[in-house]
Design a protein around this ligand. Sequence first.
Ligand code: PHE
Length: 463
Amino acid sequence: MNQKTPVAHEEWSSSTAFILAAAGSAVGLGNIWKFPYMAGMNGGGAFVLVYLLAVAVVGIPTMMAETMMGRRAGRSPLNAMPFLAREAGQGSWWRIIAVMGLVTCFLILSFYSVISGWVMYYLAAMPMGYLQDADPAEVFQSLLANPMLLLGLHTLVMALTMLLIGRGVSKGLELAARWLMPALFIVIVLLVLYAATLKSFGAGVRFLLHFRLADITGQTLLMAVGQAFFSLSIGMCVIMAFGAYAPRTLRRKDGGQQRISIGFMIVVVALIDTAVALLSGLAIFPMVFEHGLQAGEGPGLVFVTLPMAFAQMKGGMVLGTFFFAMVFFGALTSAVSLGEPPVAYLTERGMRRSHAAALVGGLLWFLGIGTVLSFNLWSDYTFLGRTVFDNFDFVSSVILMPIGGLLIALFAGWVMPEALVRDELSMRSVALYRLWRWVLRYITPVAIAAVLGYGFYTNPLVA
Ligand code: PHE
């Protein structure tokens, strides 16, 4: 493709649409499933504290850089990186950021779809009363032990995801975010209000917020930073792809034009993401404690412990149905964002969007079989002590995303011409712009490198 001609992509219809879509990408299984169970396993408040720090120091600056790079280039990541590198007088080897990002998208979406399939199953099983009558631990185990059922669910989720992507930016991605995000928010607030009526609400709050510095270990650091990357969807060019569709100006009521600040939009997105993670914890832990269940259950927290709590409470079937509907909405808008970078790239190469979505979906479906089998037929096949699923998860969020984030911070902070960066960000406050630039250049890369280094030192690659 000719580097000079901008690629005509659809745009989000407004800055609010961008915020909703980016929040839709960020809010997902990472907030409602992973965050609570990781906090539960890593000492509650200590993990939450490190996580919040990671969002502030690494997450927000990197997310702004990524969006800025996407909007500047107006192309999908694989074409955006060589374009931006050329603009900065650099070789196209910076494309490696996008290549790594694409690999990460494939790894994550392949397992994300399988886990979203579990959510879909629970969403159907909950209102049918299946989870009230049977033992949730058994339901979960028999689901995981059934490769055909998992494959069927994975197929449904992947088809739905690709259908939305195939419809395009405004009719597919934006439409999903516009309806599903507000619905999710309403449900989570209702669930927290319910949790607040329980005797164990205080215990839940304490668990999330109380910490001792001694509880912070190398493992906590590594996991919290990996989780920040995963939860904010950064370091893998997904937000860069979304940034490419972000509008630059806004028409004011008086008819004038106003530049849209990337800083503002991204801070809103990060706040929404963090709020949903914390609210999920606030909804889940009181319910879990109220029924004498354990917080440190791990990945089964939402699929086993929580259904046990729902089974014991009055109106649990209704609450549970709302809960899983909410998780499913969040998962779907994230899945859609994970599939967008490869599809956008193929459309730039002249392929029809619907064909590109079908092709990418087919490849991902195939790759997802690895995760489906990790829980049953292949559960004994491990590499470095991990199943296929565990390896995909570990390699993507603990290794590839932080390395991608590091390179993005270095590129935006040190390589791109400053005048251009500043113009594209369009922040109104000079002081905040300077703060961003300083953090991005000096703090973010050092923090990521230190955590990666320390993590590998204390936590060997072998599980
Ligand atoms: N942020 C999403 C979540 O928390 C997952 C995701 C990761 C989406 C990376 C896009 C890119 O569920």
